[in-house]
Write a new protein. Structure first.
Length: 478
């Protein structure tokens, strides 16, 4: 064999080794199994690259998209911003507590609006002297909602759903767009379990109870599906519960989050002794200009909102924030993604970015490891925002996501990260965050691993175990 023929063969044999020697020696082995990898780790003080595999490759980041959302939200509003929900009316209560007109809930787009907030609104309305509404309860989602579904999970959720993560969106949504029912055992085995609404003594959603009470220590196995029957949401709950078991709460996305809010608030008004003569409806119309506030409640500060968005990877809250970034009413998720893209366009050396949602549920989202690191570096240098931003990331040693609690001590205790997971149409496992080296230097890393149509299922251990070893070496070496 001639030297000219041997040289290409030698280079071909060395190519996989070059990828493995890029600083991600362990992680790089996934490329041999057909997975697409984009990875980069570098120090922030001198920008030294400690490892890289195709760092500019455009791949799906899954829920790492939420890091972009968090940065854009902090940039727009600051850590202490709060979203406000109001009860307004053109009428004022008379001397007998009657409100001669509609009572309107002005949905403020608060991603964290809960039953407790609606109860505070009800109490403050009662404090204003209102005892009777001679009109309708109108839940206004004029800012956004119903929002077009652009993912299979959310579109399916309009009729049938067995999860809470694909909740539909509305600026007047409550309880993360999901119904909650509580399952408790009956007094004796053989009887149907007691299934009630979590948030009211009244039944807020129709319940199809197929849960049987079993003897002590028989085990509890429950499954639930929310279906839509004749235009009404029904929670179908199946399984068994032991007589000595504690009540279990089950959450499933509603088909109409504004309608869910209307039903929940109407029940609370009734419980507080405030009658509504004409029932409740939802509306996409803005409250009349002449309407004045009767009660208001502020949501939690943005920095606390983002803790929940990021730690629990809450898709409802993330996409609600993205919709709030749209400056005009009736926004959709594409416009929310475009608002985040516009923010990122001002980050030096980021490169291309495609976001169709802030949550990452849309598999079409694309970024690169180098771009994700550019975002992290930009936030590191914003002293007023960085504490709130970095606090949203999890340390593997004590993060709420237990599956990240693996790897050597240096990875467990000196890394802060956000994860991203998708299983359809291909497997995606993504991580992005900061690390501190042994000498206290700050670094950033981003790893995007995408499957293809021909690759098998990708578990988190397949990514976390090798990555933790690679990052440990970088941390200990510096």
């Amino acid at each position: 064999m001639s030297v000219m023929l041997r040289l290409p063969l030698l280079l071909a044999l060395l190519l996989p080794l070059a990828a493995h020697a890029s600083g991600f020696a362990e992680l790089g082995r996934l490329a041999d199994k057909g997975f697409l990898i984009g990875a980069e780790a570098r120090l922030l003080d001198d920008r030294e690259v400690l490892g890289a595999i195709e760092p500019e490759r455009q791949l799906s980041p899954a829920s790492v998209s939420k890091s972009y959302l968090a940065a854009a939200a902090l940039d727009r509003w600051g850590p202490q911003h709060r979203f406000t929900t109001r009860l307004v009316s053109e009428a004022k209560p008379d001397g007998e507590g009657a409100l001669e007109g509609d009572l309107i809930l002005d949905g403020g787009g608060d991603p964290s609006l809960t039953t407790e907030d609606l109860w505070r609104l009800t109490q403050r309305l009662h404090q204003r002297g209102v005892r009777r509404v001679e009109g309708r309860l109108v839940v206004s989602q004029w800012r956004f909602g119903p929002v077009e579904c652009i993912t299979t999970d959310r579109c399916d959720a309009r009729q049938r759903v067995a999860n809470a993560y694909s909740a539909l969106l509305s600026s007047a949504g409550v309880n993360y767009g999901s119904w909650c029912v509580s399952v408790a055992p009956a007094a004796s085995p053989g009887q149907p379990a007691r299934v009630t609404s979590c948030d009211s003594q009244a039944t807020l959603v129709e319940i199809d109870n197929r849960v049987e009470t079993k003897p002590d220590n028989s085990g509890t196995e429950l499954n639930a599906e929310r279906v839509t029957r004749e235009g009404r949401d029904v929670m179908v709950v199946r399984g068994q519960i032991s007589t000595n078991a504690r009540p279990r709460d089950i959450y499933r996305a509603s088909s109409d989050p504004a309608g869910q809010t209307a039903a929940t608030l109407l029940a609370m008004l009734d419980q507080a002794g405030i009658a509504v003569s004409e029932g409740a409806i939802t509306s996409e119309a803005e409250p009349p200009a002449a309407a004045h506030a009767l009660a208001a409640v502020d949501g939690m500060p943005l920095q606390e909102l983002l803790l929940r968005v990021m730690n629990y990877s809450n898709n409802f809250m993330a996409d609600m924030l993205a919709l709030n970034l749209v400056e005009t009413p009736r926004g959709d998720l594409r416009l929310g993604g475009a608002a985040i893209e516009a923010f990122v366009a001002g980050i030096p050396d980021h490169g291309p970015l495609t976001l169709l949602s802030g949550s990452g549920l849309t598999p079409e989202n694309r970024t690169s490891a180098r771009g994700a690191n550019a975002l992290l570096e930009s936030m590191f240098h914003r002293a007023a925002l960085f504490p709130s931003f970095v606090a949203t990331l999890q340390s593997p040693d004590n993060g709420v996501m237990r599956f990240i609690r693996r790897g050597p001590p240096a990875f467990q205790q000196q890394v802060m990260l956000k994860t991203g997971t998708l299983n359809q149409p291909v497997s995606v496992r993504a991580l992005s965050g900061y690390f501190r080296t042994r000498s206290g230097r700050w670094g950033v890393f981003s790893v995007l691993v995408n499957g293809t149509g021909s690759t098998p299922y990708l578990s988190w251990s397949q990514v976390l175990d090798p990555l933790s070893l690679d990052l440990e070496r970088m941390i200990e070496a510096h």
